[in-house]
Design a protein around this ligand. Sequence first.
Ligand code: ADP
Length: 226
Amino acid sequence: SHELRTPLASIQGYTETLLDGALHDQEHNVRFLTIIQQNAARLGRLVADLMILSRAELKTQKFRFASYPVAHLLGDAIDTMRPVAEKKEIQLHLERPAAGAEVFCDSEATHQILANLLDNAIKYTREGGSVTVSYVAEPSAVRFLIRDTGIGIPQHELPRLFERFYRVDKARSRELGGTGLGLAIVKHLVRAQGGDVAVESEIGAGSTFSFTLPVHDLGLAETPRV
Ligand code: ADP
């Protein structure tokens, strides 16, 4: 509730200040409105992320499982994120191993997972860096890898990284528009589809986030829903 209250208190505070007379203060009114706008946007992102997480946790989310070519899933996600990468002058590469790999998953949920991991990789990599997406076949799954040349994460932070609202650097995450929920969403969506998540990182050198999705139907669509 603290995460929601902070932007809300800011919106209420600055709205009151404007109504109490600051509206006519030409030196400050635009700045106050900008703060209101930023906090409203932040609140919007938080609510959207909390909705995704709550649907995943309550198992009320309807997954539509089917077989999808890995190349299509990755192509869609990369097309979506390319403008974000270009804006920051980050090279976005797709390493294509043997063609023809398929996974049994929900395409929307997989898109969300890839978008969150690519968004983070771009966010936590400095201008001029690179982000590389690849995949490898495992016995009954495909492992997707998102590798960046970014700031890296200290080893002792890695075990808690996928917890809700856990951030290595709270101020930096906030400044970059983060909600602290992206990785918690990733973990839930991957697990719900029968996969697992992993991360390796080295400070100053970069991070590699990976997740698996099954190749065959694991019968997960049959799970009872609340
Ligand atoms: P946020 O909205 O803060 O990015 P996430 O749940 O997506 O929240 O990530 C949690 C934290 O993990 C981030 O605040 C950041 O400290 C760290 N993190 C995630 N991805 C990366 C990455 N690719 N490189 C470095 N740090 C990362």
